[in-house]
Design a protein around this ligand. Structure first.
Ligand SMILES: Nc1ncnc2c1ncn2[C@@H]1O[C@H](COP(=O)(O)OP(=O)(O)OP(=O)(O)O)[C@@H](O)[C@H]1O
Length: 295
């Protein structure tokens, strides 16, 4: 079947290279006898609308050009369809693209859209929505919440947001049910479910996670004092959190979080999301997304 490719480009992702990417795509694809088109997002959430409109045109591939937030919006609409997701990673963190070994170099990433293989990956589900990389309810959610309020969409922005979160964060109380069994009931510093093995910038909280193992890697860390928080940061950098005795790492199918708080701030694929329910359910949907990766 002849490919028809639609590129959805976030112009403000990462270093705001969206327009440059659009012109490079047009240069590369113009003489390739491939049916393609490009469209730029205009605001947060717009990629969902654009992807729904794109699906009506019967493409074979929709390419998300942006970071994990843009990928999340585009891929939401593709779960369970035959249309494959492509990625040109021009975000700041680019965790999912790193796991899929999609190059950050724009020219190489575009070349990988032309010369690709198809595969399937698992998809995470949080209440009614999907995630593709990871979600969290602890300090990471506080970091992302701070980051969403900063204008610096780069590593320095994350460092500033992390420092502020470390100074202000109060552990969150959850009753946690795993695979239909009561498992934990405590106050937590870190609560994280991951489909992918990278969270962005080469940082990993779940180095053993696999995108196609039909499982989520679940990590909880009980509340920590200041020294233990420093140990946690060192363990994140050393990719060995599971060695901390206040941490538990388990592979799971689903998890339910119950809280007495009226609102819970979560991070979902690196974007802050507020849940106004006292129950949050997270599960894995195996092989639910077609994806293309460079050959
Ligand atoms: N034109 C736009 N103006 C403002 N925000 C936009 C626009 N288009 C998309 N967005 C929003 O920008 C946010 C950030 O996008 P994205 O996650 O792709 O980049 P990033 O945060 O730089 O990368 P990463 O998530 O990999 O760190 C998303 O929430 C998306 O909805």
């Amino acid at each position: 079947m002849k490919n028809k490719i639609i590129f959805i480009i976030n112009p403000i992702a990462g270093k705001s290279q969206g327009k440059l990417v659009e012109s490079k795509i047009q240069q590369v694809f113009a003489d390739k006898n491939i049916d393609f088109s490009t469209v730029l997002t205009e605001n947060a959430g717009h990629a969902i609308t654009l992807a729904k409109q794109a699906i009506l045109l019967n493409p074979t591939i929709i390419v998300a050009c942006g970071g994990d937030g843009t990928i999340n919006e585009v891929a939401q609409t593709l779960v369970g369809t035959d249309i494959a997701l492509g990625i040109i990673p021009i975000g700041s963190g680019n965790g999912l693209a790193a796991n899929l070994k999609i190059p950050k170099n724009i020219d190489l990433a575009i070349a990988g859209i032309l010369n690709h293989s198809k595969t399937k990956i698992d998809v995470g589900k949080i209440n009614e929505n999907y995630f593709f990389s990871n979600m969290g309810l602890g300090i990471d959610a506080a970091v992302i919440d701070n980051y969403s309020q900063t204008k610096k969409r780069n590593f320095l922005g994350y460092v500033t947001a992390s420092t502020k979160a470390m100074l202000q964060f109060k552990p969150k109380k959850f009753k946690i049910e795993i695979d239909q069994n009561d498992a934990f009931d405590d106050a937590y510093y870190f609560v994280f479910c991951s489909n992918s093995n990278e969270a962005g910038y080469g940082i990993s909280f779940s180095p053993n996670a696999k995108l196609n193992d039909g499982k989520l890697d679940f990590l909880v860390v009980k509340k920590l004092n200041v020294l233990q928080q420093l140990q946690f940061s060192a363990c994140v950098l050393g990719k060995c959190i599971e060695k901390m005795n206040r941490a538990k790492v388990i592979q799971i199918n689903n998890v339910k979080f119950k809280t007495d708080e009226p609102k819970t701030v979560a991070q979902v694929d690196g974007e802050a999301v507020i849940f106004e329910k006292n129950s949050i359910e997270v599960s894995i949907v195996p092989n639910a997304l077609n994806i293309i990766v460079p050959n």
